[in-house]
Design a protein around this ligand. Sequence first.
Ligand code: BLA
Length: 509
Amino acid sequence: MNSFEKVDLTNCDREPIHLLGAIQSPGFLIAVSSDWMISRVSSNIRDLLNHDPDQLIGCPLPDYVSAKLVHDLRNKLSYLIEPDMVERLYGREVGTSGQLFDIALHMSNGLIVIEMEPGSPAGNDGISSVRAMMSRLNRTKDMSTFYREGARQIRSLLGYDRVMVYKFAASGAGEVVAEACKPGIGNFLGLHYPASDIPLQARALYKRNLIRVIRNVEAEPISVVPVIDAAGQQLDLSLSVLRSVSPIHIEYLKNMGVAASLSISIIVDDELWGLFACHNYSPRSPTLERRTVCEQFAENFAMRLESRERRQAVEYERRARDISDQLLGAVASDETLLNDPDWLGDILTNAIPATGVGVWINGNYAFSGVTPPTEDFRRIVRALNGLAAGRVFTTDHIGGLIDGAEEFADRAAGMLAIPISRSPRDYVILFRSELKQSVRWAGDPHKPVSYGPNGPRLTPRESFAEWQEDVHGRAEPFTRTEQRVAETLRATLIEVVLRLADEAAAERR
Ligand code: BLA
């Protein structure tokens, strides 16, 4: 698809959001070649340099700005030694008006892209702000207060009406896991939305460029000219700080009654873990310097998050080993416990959260909690028998394994099956019920008066409905750590089962 093809709800993920060829007001863009000849400018450039675009293209930039500025820009340029690096200058005069600008600098296909936006005198309280913000974050005890404190810190720095922490699931769907907002505007906490609300190309871009701002959803984008240069190229604005954003997303924000937004990527283990997403109900333009402080905070937040998650995983596996020892010890003193599904269910779901546990030993079915009907359980066991032996099996969609599973998805939609012997094949199975049963729409804080051209789909309410559709018949997936823990439990259960079998054989002799 080229950038002029119409974008609608069916082809969003192919919209070339880095090639929209426009920036946001109030800002200016100048792209120069390596010998500082002006190659492109934003169409509002007259307001800055007193010349129209066609008077500037092909002319040397140093003829239009101060020698000091060119010197400083060249200096910054020497730091751009690796792809995706950006440099910034704060509080500089550019034209003759005396107005101060914050300047961002990056390379795009061999061109030096210089972006300017209104700034204030260069202060340097950035580092100390981040340090103070981090110390509050470090004092939080559990993950949910850690997320909430992160949202609070961003809100106190930027002042948006609402700041949310969005966390992505492995499927790409997202959840609002924390929120800080001004009183009386309702809340989005706990809201789930489908992967399609932030399409793939946007996620890929958000890993390269960590922050984006939408100052005013009503503002007309300012085109960068020429749109196509003599070599037939469009200007790639992936690393831009002023990039004008997708019109589909603008429609989404307008439908929500939001006037301005900003989001910052949270990158953990080189993946997009989530976003800080900020909404304002009137236009808002935080300076580049403020945004840079936020970006640094988000990077620190992500590092802390990564180490907290690691620590949690280690802690969890240690606890699971304890549970496994406890299981072994208890059965050694009272082997009948193994035939007690309630006891087994309790101990196993302590290690791996589940809504029900089914045990299949020697063709007998015992269960605890919420599990599939007996006949369906038998069909599940038969399907498992057809899979590779001797390994823990997990699915978040039993419907992918047997027909008709939707019928009992409210009871069991996902499972983790632990084979505990080879012949006959016995299993302990942990079930999880359908995800959408446990999450309900929490209300729509801002109902739109009218919808944009793509209709009501572009609203959180419809997003939520779409998410429910996507997770129909599906459960919360079992994580890789949970699978590892299940392998440990399997080894223990097999040991128990073998020992009991040996003892039974000895008694028979
Ligand atoms: C981008 N979509 C985004 C962003 C968010 C969301 C946070 C990042 C841009 C920003 O900072 O504003 C999604 N925002 C949400 C959601 C809520 C919210 C779910 O506040 C809920 C409360 N969006 C759609 C659909 C399409 C779509 C159906 O909902 C396409 C079919 C597209 N979203 C879309 C695109 C972008 C985007 C293209 C990239 C915008 C850009 O950076 O150019």
